[in-house]
Design a protein around this ligand. Sequence first.
Ligand code: GLU
Length: 320
Amino acid sequence: MFEDLQQSLQALHDRYRCLNEGSVAAYIPELSKADPDGYCVAITLVDGTQYIVGDQDTQFTLQSVSKPLVFGQALTTAGRNIVTALTGVEPTGGSFSAFEDLDDEGCPLNPMVNAGAIVTASLIPGNTHEDRTKVINDMVAKYTGAQPTLDQAVMDSELRTGDRNRALGYLLKDKGYIEGSVTDALNLYFHQCSLKVNTQQLANAAATLANHGVNPVTQQRAVSTTYVKDILVVMLMSGMYNYAGRWAYEIGIPAKSGVSGAIFGVIPGVMGIGVYSPRLDEYSNSTRGIETFRDLTKQYNLHFLGPDLQTTDHIIDPNT
Ligand code: GLU
């Protein structure tokens, strides 16, 4: 079924490498330094076969793509009862850093928005920042197959401009959703967002979730099979900012997007897809990334509801 994958990826790359809509995120100043024309597409199958086209050496920060991974780590260390008492699983319909992302009690609506991600970061155990970052780095390494490095310039930029995240953190502490130090939780949150990967590593991370939590290239387990569904459900409902509904409707792949221009998508039992291209649309999703996934889902019938339930663009016989 995937014999032609490398040629398909090349054709996709040729099709979209001149799509110049959107702009690179600038609200974290360091991110604006990314080459707007960077573009890379990678796939890792659950048998470990890897495919890639484009800027394969370019590294970028995980940003919000780290959120589902840290959610899984919080589930692993704190357990489902505690984690789901401290963050919901409801889509927000708001911005990823909005105060409206909290319910009437002050509980984050889901772990894919900043509020929920700051809570999951607060659940990572360790006595020092170094202990906690080691837990995160080692976990990310199992997903990607390589020890991640920190982009210190992005981290510093986030620390300088992250007052909204700080405000969310203190609100969460006041409402009882963060137990320990807000500063510790935020420092870990900024750290996880500032870890660098390349696009093949991004695809490997997605393939790990597609492969029940085991990295299909290294055979290392990154997360228990028990928690893979928790992660994929929140990715499907809330992984693509305020485009999540349209994404589920048209593309139908549990996925997570980050403001660096990364998107990773999981086709359970089949493959992981990683796309990097930093020009973002009005929802903060990579413009080339969206188009790349749209074509891939059509070409290979990747929608989670299967090929029998295609959305069509023409009026059809109501009896069929
Ligand atoms: N570090 C970014 C922030 O907190 C992550 C945003 C994102 O990728 O959605 O604003």
